[in-house]
Design a protein around this ligand. Structure first.
Ligand SMILES: Cc1cc2nc3c(=O)[nH]c(=O)nc-3n(C[C@H](O)[C@H](O)[C@H](O)COP(=O)(O)O)c2cc1C
Length: 161
């Protein structure tokens, strides 16, 4: 059986939650925040979990890839992004696909959450502005679907066997 490293970032906890749920389902797995990576590269599969903010993946994920590009290019890589607009997956995956091209064996967009009261000041004002311009109302959003995450975990398990 292959071993896996789950690398994620998460400002508000949803991507962390998904990464943790996946790690409970997979046997030989290590889970780590990208900004806390400990340099252990002894894995067959790398699963990258990236939240989407303002139409792009979290910049910390790009920084992680740039810092680790040489060894990442020797691995099979799966990428999931957490977002509200699942239909924009191709837009969100464009840059990371260019960086890791042939190594990426699978990409997935997973529904996330926005809890207005949890937003930091900058995100709150940017989101408030965006919704105002688009004549929308800033409110909590929830696309999180545990069943989808369990199915994704099962898919990863099949790949690792
Ligand atoms: C500041 C901010 C900007 C966001 N921008 C987008 C976006 O452009 N497209 C999208 O589909 N979702 C967007 N989302 C939704 C997030 O991807 C979703 O809330 C995700 O769960 C965040 O992950 P986290 O909880 O791990 O931080 C945004 C959320 C926040 C808080």
């Amino acid at each position: 059986m292959k071993s896996a490293l789950i690398i994620y970032e998460s400002r508000y906890g949803t991507t962390k939650d998904i990464a943790k749920n996946l790690s409970y389902m997979i046997k030989k797995v290590h889970i780590c925040k990208a900004s806390e990576f400990n340099n252990n590269r002894d894995y067959d599969l790398v699963i990258i979990g990236a939240p989407v903010y303002y139409d792009d993946l979290d910049e910390k994920i790009y920084r992680y890839i740039e810092d680790n590009i040489l060894w990442l290019k020797t691995k099979d890589i799966m990428v999931f992004c957490t977002c509200m607009s699942l239909k924009n997956k191709h837009l969100y995956m464009k840059k990371i696909s260019n960086m890791l091209n042939k190594n990426i064996i699978h990409t997935k967009a997973i529904g996330g959450k926005i809890i207005v009261n949890n937003l930091n000041k900058l995100d709150y004002y940017r989101m408030k502005n965006f919704t105002k311009i688009n004549e929308m109302c800033l409110s909590n959003m929830d696309n999180y679907d545990l069943k989808e995450i369990v199915e994704y975990g099962e898919y990863i398990k099949r790949i690792m066997n």
